[in-house]
Design a protein around this ligand. Structure first.
Ligand SMILES: [Zn+2]
Length: 605
């Protein structure tokens, strides 16, 4: 069985046990059924249609929903938990817990081994293996300009590729693709985020008969853009939003202060500043955080701080509301899909860590965002005409210097590679120039935890490729800061060298996670798995994610609204890939990943 099949079957089996069988059955229509359009009994204007809202908080651990539940509002996260179903034990089943893989997996219901978004970036080898290029996960196949265009001399993008963005690297269909592909489909899809990769991977591919509306924020001009891949222009509501600078410049000259100064942030989160905290974009370690210390009149420096603050989410929420009104989502006699990914939570979490006042504060403000969104949808559509699914693309590692995890440490990939180079030189003979062993020295840290070897150089020197991979995996897997390392041969064959029984169990579990993260044309030759709590990063402060450890994999899945029974909290172990089938079911389309379900196991009734 393919890994994807195993994962989907596991989800369904677990769900059946969880009493969630009913949930899936009640959601899923027969293949070929028309999209389930629900007439709105609460709709006074007589409009019909339905809206499915997929909310992703970028970097949001499930434990935030428990840890801070006593200080949430009654009608934000608590309402979702109370009136919907909350899978409180959902884990990402694959190893590379990054934003690109996260959003692609949420949107497709299949793991990176199937959809191909193995990381935020990877190396693409030339046919002769002599050279490589760095490929960003939403890099288009050719030059596409942003729409509306950027001002001349805007410079390089804050993140991503220089030639625009597109979902062309996705190898699997998203729920958005499936919804818009239904013959005669009138369904609209709008996908919005601060980060391009989040909006693009959820928005799905171009379909001239029914293109998705995909927008992300650019700090260079402080506006939301789509890309010429999708459209030559933007609708009126989007250009009016961009023109109304109050949404963007509201916080110029202001500070980010605590939302709830009445609460004991120290007790709820931790000390401020905590050890190892970073400084944001000239925002400092402690409250109040200035929004434009180096940019008194706004502009790119201010926009960088804006997306690195909870106000980035407020701006995005305002944009989402305009999209709902401008496209009349949910009121068009069809089932529409709105995807919104709040990136500021991730940017804040990287800087100040999961146990900071800042992450507590942005989580409290995220609770308010959910409350505001629900109130807005209640008023506009009525409770019976929308379904909201909330999840996260990954979690986050505690800041190593906080010593929350006994094995915590911070290591630079470049230092680790220097050590590996010395060991390879000593074993196989010195390479004649630095980086000779690797496909790219320049991009080595960008594609970590994968190590790509220079296959053509090895061949020229008569050194067997497999011998180098085996040696490197042994060396890298046996550092005191690493848990293990695997070669591509081990990943493909699923075999491990002999290990003591306790280590074997853990290694096998990690190998299963790596297998779901592995796509042979895009992944490197050896993958390095850090010890629990160890951060392998070039940054001297702050924290990150990307590992197969539970702090990175444990994400919430909450479904709420039309068609969702109020099952409350479910503690059964489920895969994060469940989000795809849940959203599909809410949309009334055949579940993504359905083709991976083996014959005999039917979920459609
Ligand atoms: Zn991140």
């Amino acid at each position: 069985m393919k890994p994807a099949r195993v994962a989907i079957v596991m989800v369904l089996v677990l769900l059946a046990g969880a009493g969630g069988w009913f949930l899936v059955r009640s959601f899923v229509g027969k293949p070929g059924d028309p999209p389930a359009t629900v007439a709105g009994p609460g709709s006074s204007s007589g409009e019909t249609g339905k809206l499915v809202v997929l909310v992703v908080f970028d970097q949001f651990r499930n434990d935030y929903l428990e840890r801070w539940s006593s200080v949430f509002e009654k009608d934000g996260f608590e309402r979702l938990k109370r009136e919907g179903v909350w899978f409180a034990n959902a884990h990402i089943p694959y190893a590379c817990t990054s934003t690109g893989p996260g959003h692609a997996s949420i949107a497709t219901g299949v793991p990176p081994s199937v959809h191909g978004i193995i990381e935020n970036a990877w190396l693409e080898r030339s046919a002769d293996s002599r050279s490589v290029r760095l490929v960003y996960c939403v890099q288009p196949s050719r030059e596409f300009a942003l729409v509306p265009p950027l001002p001349a001399n805007a410079g390089k993008p804050e993140r991503g590729s220089e030639n625009g963005f597109s979902p062309e690297n996705l190898l699997a269909a998203t729920v958005s693709d499936a919804l818009r592909a239904t013959p005669g489909s009138q369904s609209k899809v709008v996908s919005l985020s601060i980060k391009d990769r989040a909006a693009v991977l959820m928005g799905g591919k171009m379909n001239p008969a029914n293109p998705p509306l995909v927008y992300c924020f650019d700090v260079r001009d402080g506006r939301f853009h789509t890309d010429a891949y999708y459209a030559d222009g933007v609708p009126k509501w989007a250009s009016e939003f961009n023109a109304n600078r109050k949404y963007f410049d509201e916080w110029v000259g202001k500070e980010w202060n605590r939302l709830r100064p009445d609460l004991d942030y120290n007790k709820l989160a931790g000390p401020d500043p905590g050890p190892g905290e970073s400084y944001g974009y000239n925002q400092g370690q402690v409250f109040p955080h200035p929004m434009n210390k180096n940019a008194p009149n706004g502009g790119p420096e201010y926009y960088r701080a804006l997306e690195n603050s909870p106000f980035g989410s407020e701006m995005l929420l305002a944009f989402a509301k305009e999209a709902i009104a401008g496209e009349n989502l949910g009121n068009r006699g069809a089932t529409d899909l709105l995807c919104v990914s709040f990136s500021s939570n991730d940017l804040i979490g990287h800087q100040w860590g999961p146990d900071s006042w800042e992450v507590l504060d942005v989580t409290l403000r995220s609770d308010r965002i959910i409350q505001e969104l629900l109130t807005h949808l209640d008023a506009r559509l009525g409770k019976d005409r929308y379904t909201l699914v909330m999840t996260a693309d990954h979690g986050i590692c505690p800041i190593p210097e906080s010593r929350k995890i006994p094995t915590a440490d911070r290591r630079k990939p470049s230092t680790v590679l220097t050590e590996l180079t010395a060991a390879l030189d000593a074993t196989f003979g010195p390479a004649d120039q630095p980086g000779h062993w690797y496909a790219s020295q320049e991009y080595a840290e960008d594609v970590w935890p994968w190590v790509y070897f220079h296959r053509a150089n090895l061949q020229m020197r008569g050194i067997p490729f497999d011998a180098v991979c085996d040696y490197a995996a042994q060396f890298l897997g046996n550092r005191d800061y690493t848990l293990t390392a695997f070669t591509r041969k081990q990943i493909e064959s699923g075999t491990l060298p002999p290990l003591p029984p306790d280590q074997e169990r853990e290694a096998k579990a990690i190998l299963a996670q790596v297998k779901l993260a592995y796509q042979p044309d895009r992944c490197g030759d050896v993958v390095v798995i850090p010890q629990r709590g160890v951060l392998m990063t070039k940054y001297p402060s702050g924290t990150s994610h990307g590992s197969p450890h539970s702090y990175d994999t444990h994400v919430p899945i909450v479904a709420f609204g039309a068609g969702v029974p109020a099952l409350g909290r479910k503690d059964d172990a489920v895969s994060s890939l469940l989000v795809g089938p849940i959203v599909s079911a809410a949309l009334g389309i055949a579940a993504t990943g359905r083709e991976a379900i083996p014959p005999g196991l039917t979920i459609a009734k």
